[in-house]
Design a protein around this ligand. Structure first.
Ligand SMILES: Nc1ncnc2c1ncn2[C@@H]1O[C@H](COP(=O)(O)OP(=O)(O)OP(=O)(O)O)[C@@H](O)[C@H]1O
Ligand SMILES: [Mg+2]
Length: 318
């Protein structure tokens, strides 16, 4: 595996989907291709696909998979004292060998700030989000007095939907006892993620956790505190921008969502997917890389993906 020295080759280095002759993928998510290795282990390949508003775009983002997978691994290592996580091994920058769990059917969204979906609800006059009441008189991007949990259902198809904590228990998606454990852990994870970011001059704004069960043990699965699952702002100048009602620089997938909304594509997304221009793809790559480098304090060294399918075939044949 050679590192990429020349950034002009970036767009040639994308994994839109994996393919191994004679070995179909077991599950293809919006971003990840999953191969089951045995009843207890799975190989999760973070591809370079990008999705927004539940649509997967046809143009991948160079090295997004490596950036995400490695950022998740960085994040998981920082929460090990709070919760068991699913990572067994990271044998390649795009790949995590994980403990196969039974995913719980809720996404545990934790919000420290009035941003994104929460702001859209608030702006329209809504003061209740997922059963949580929101304080009066808040500004966009302002911090909540304490982080709030605004879960959503994990829909197999279509959009995830907001759900209240009471509803999760009433519908039997998760038992009351288990939910108490989850909410306590989720808040601790968020505070940890916030502290890790804060040390690096960033603000963890909000994030989404997924949990699974393995032999009745609660396990943090999927990814943690990455650019796909979280929003980050720069800490420097945050207060000033807030006071002046200015927007905050987004170091996350929000950048793509903003592009879609501003270019008017958001409204037509269900009929026609826009082609992501090359310069936008490179800008998104740069945002992901910037977050990776800021958080980890390390320079990102991309690894060529030209031989990736062969590498994967060898892994799966073992
Ligand atoms: N350790 C694990 N055990 C079982 N399932 C897992 C584990 N880690 C992640 N998953 C599941 O693997 C999938 C990861 O793929 P990806 O992130 O691309 O999916 P997604 O598009 O976000 O979600 P979905 O495919 O559910 O719509 C998710 O469905 C996630 O719940
Ligand atoms: Mg996912």
């Amino acid at each position: 595996m050679n590192s990429i020295a020349d950034s002009s080759q970036l767009l040639e280095h994308c994994i839109q989907q994996t393919s191994v002759p004679g070995r179909p993928v077991d599950y293809r998510g919006k971003v990840r291709d999953i191969y089951y290795l045995d009843p207890n282990r799975m190989a999760i390949v973070a591809t370079d696909r990008i999705s927004a508003f539940d649509h997967i775009f046809n143009e991948p983002i160079p090295f997004k998979g490596q950036l995400l997978n490695q950022l998740a691994w960085y994040g998981f290592r920082r929460i090990e004292d709070i919760c068991t996580h699913h990572v067994l091994e990271v044998p390649h920058p795009n790949v995590t060998i994980a403990r196969k769990c039974h995913p719980l059917p809720v996404e545990v969204v934790v919000r420290g700030y009035l941003t994104g979906h929460a702001w859209r609800v608030y702006k329209e006059g809504g003061r209740l989000l997922c059963g949580q009441s929101l304080p009066e008189g808040m500004r966009q991007h302002e911090a909540f007095p304490n982080p709030i949990i605004t879960p959503s259902t994990k829909a197999h198809e279509g959009h995830d939907e907001d759900i209240s904590e009471d509803e999760i228990i009433a519908r039997g998606l998760v038992s009351g006892e288990r939910w108490t454990e989850i909410r306590e852990i989720a808040i601790r994870l968020f505070r940890r993620g916030w502290n890790v970011a804060h040390e690096k001059g960033l603000i963890l704004v909000d994030t989404k956790y997924e949990f699974g069960l393995s032999d009745d043990e609660l396990v943090l699965i999927d990814e943690v505190h990455t650019a796909d699952s979280s929003r980050y702002f720069y800490a420097d100048g945050y207060e000033e921008r807030l006071e002046k009602g200015k927007s905050q620089k987004q170091l996350s997938k929000e950048f793509l969502r903003e592009w879609l909304i501003e270019s008017g594509h958001h409204a037509t997304l269900d009929q026609k997917l826009p082609v992501l221009p090359d310069d936008l793809r490179i800008s998104i790559y740069n945002r992901y890389r910037e977050l990776y480098e800021k958080l980890t304090g390390e320079t990102f060294i991309p690894v060529s993906t030209k031989e990736f399918n062969r590498w994967l075939g060898d892994l799966l044949a073992k």
